[in-house]
Design a protein around this ligand. Structure first.
Ligand code: FAD
Length: 478
């Protein structure tokens, strides 16, 4: 008989959180800590969503999205998780770039970028300062018609090399392009420039293990292997979720699943205002990714001078199409040393190569073509790495690839979207509680609310709103 993953579940909770990505986990934790009865339902057999890892024989472990996030993670994790977690966040100081336009190493903060822009790229200090101040001053209520490309053109006209320095890492971090609203760039770029790039020392498995412990201490009922099919609505308010043939009643739902799936499939068009449905249908998904995971044989090592994050490209110029093309020219290598990524006290080295990608390049391949394309991705990535670390191919014990299909499979994100939706998704996500009482969405949307920090912070914002709603309902009932 199949295992019942809902064994012992209650018939009713104050709030059901659908999905255990970083936004879902954070919402569940805050609401549990506030004393609400919380049920967390995750369709996968692991918690974490895209914040995940996998193991391979030979003592190898690979992280999928642990490459770098802004300093703000320390504060968010300390406040909304625990000191144990925030104390493990450390800076990555060795960020490298190599492309036909320039090669350099940086600590990736405002001070060092100012030095580079003035000394290496010949810009006036006043122009650089004005650019940084403009990016820093951007906020959600700003004019949204200026694109990132126009912003760059204003400060650094016709300098594709500068655009590449400023934009390549952000495109990699949140899938934004030169055509997206400039605020999506300004907010994320300024977060990084504040104090550089940070990582969780200990690996994603350690982080998620500690988060699970914290959730349990806040009495969150956690259930894996539990895909939610439907959200029931009665008199314009959420009343229950349907999962594994059961109906679990609740006063509020926070969905961390894909925004479009939440609105169009789990709630359903027939329950919603026509305009809102149309607005949701118009939300564009962000791009997906490919990755190649490479582990070194036991006893082999890589020198730490290889860097922590290495942005490489063979494309002569920077543009959105070549970043996404299946004919890969850009690869970001993350190097994991035993210091930054310990695994059961074993001295292991791993490298993960990541590239933004289009779903359409992978979606319709036959199984045979798909396997061939994956093998080609591994081989061409090893060739690219050889250029920087001669002989690395012979040191590698295991290499394999993930594609947009892999991301779709494990997270159920439509089109394997790595970074949620384009900007218009934010308005739909924010408007959801006005459409259906007690119905909230927290997860990667609008470019800004994606990435580890964006997802956690969005989880914080939404859980505070849920808390207010539940608390006001309870006091009204007294
Ligand atoms: C290759 C790659 C590299 C990345 N690198 C970085 C990086 O270096 N730095 C950074 O900050 N960010 C990075 N990101 C982005 C970051 O990982 C994500 O933005 C963030 O983890 C998303 O969190 P989320 O809360 O939106 O939810 P997600 O992680 O998208 O999780 C959603 C969860 O909902 C669950 N779910 C879906 N449908 C259902 C259902 N019906 N019932 C129950 N559960 C359901 C899914 O299984 C999943 O667990 C990267 C992403 C990718 C793909």
């Amino acid at each position: 008989m199949p295992r019942d993953f809902l064994k012992g579940v209650q018939d009713e909770y104050d709030v059901v959180v659908i999905g255990s990505g970083l936004a879902g986990l954070t919402s569940a934790n805050i609401l549990g800590r506030a004393g609400h009865r919380v049920l967390l339902l995750e369709q996968h057999y692991k918690l974490g969503g895209l914040a995940t890892w996998f193991l391979r024989p030979g003592g190898h472990t690979f992280d999928i999205s642990l490459h770098g996030f802004p300093y703000g993670m320390i504060k968010s994790c300390r406040r909304y998780w625990s000191r144990e977690i925030s104390d493990r966040i450390v800076q990555l100081k060795n960020i490298r770039f190599d492309n036909p336009q320039f090669s350099l190493t940086t600590t990736f903060d405002r001070q060092d970028f100012t030095r580079l822009l003035v000394e290496k790229f010949g810009q006036q200090e006043a122009t650089v300062k004005a650019f940084f101040d403009t990016a820093r001053g951007m906020n959600f209520y700003d004019d949204q018609s200026t694109t990132t490309g126009e912003l760059f053109q204003r400060f650094f006209p016709n300098r594709n090399d500068i655009v590449r320095l400023l934009m390549e890492p952000i495109s990699y971090a949140n899938g934004s392009t030169l055509e997206d609203p400039a605020i999506t760039y300004g907010i994320v770029f300024s977060n990084f420039m504040n104090k550089g790039v940070y990582i969780y020392e200990g690996g994603t498995d350690d982080l998620i293990k500690r988060m699970k412990k914290e959730l349990e201490s806040n009495n969150v009922d956690i259930r894996i292997n539990c895909p939610v099919d439907k959200i029931d609505i009665k008199d314009g308010k959420v009343s229950a979720v349907q999962v594994q043939g059961r109906r679990i009643r609740c006063r509020a739902v926070v969905s961390n699943a894909n925004l479009r799936t939440t609105v169009l499939n789990m709630i359903g068009e027939d329950r919603l205002d026509k305009d809102f449905v149309q607005q949701t249908q118009d939300v564009r998904l962000n791009n997906s990714s490919t990755q190649v995971y490479m582990a070194l044989k036991e006893g082999e090592s890589i020198d730490e001078s290889s860097g922590d994050l290495f942005f490489t490209s063979t494309s002569p110029h920077f543009d959105t199409q070549s970043l996404l093309s299946r004919d890969i020219t850009s690869r970001t290598f993350s190097f994991y040393y035993p210091r930054t990524r310990p695994w059961k006290k074993k001295e292991r080295y791993a490298i993960v190569s990541s590239t933004n990608a289009n779903w359409s390049d992978w979606a319709d391949l036959s199984e045979h073509e798909y396997e061939e394309s994956k093998a080609d991705l591994v081989e061409t990535t090893l060739d690219a790495l050889e250029r920087y670390i001669p002989g690395v191919r012979d040191k590698i014990d295991h290499a394999e690839a993930a594609t947009p299909r892999t991301f779709q499979h494990y997270t159920k994100h439509q089109l394997g979207a790595s970074f949620g939706t384009k900007f218009e998704g934010l308005a739909v996500s924010r408007d959801l509680p006005n459409q259906v009482g007690g119905m909230f969405h927290a997860g990667s949307v609008g470019i800004i609310m994606s990435g580890w920090l964006g997802a956690i912070n969005y989880g914080v914002i939404v859980s505070n709103e849920v808390d207010q709603m539940l608390t006001s309902q309870s006091s009204a009932a007294v």
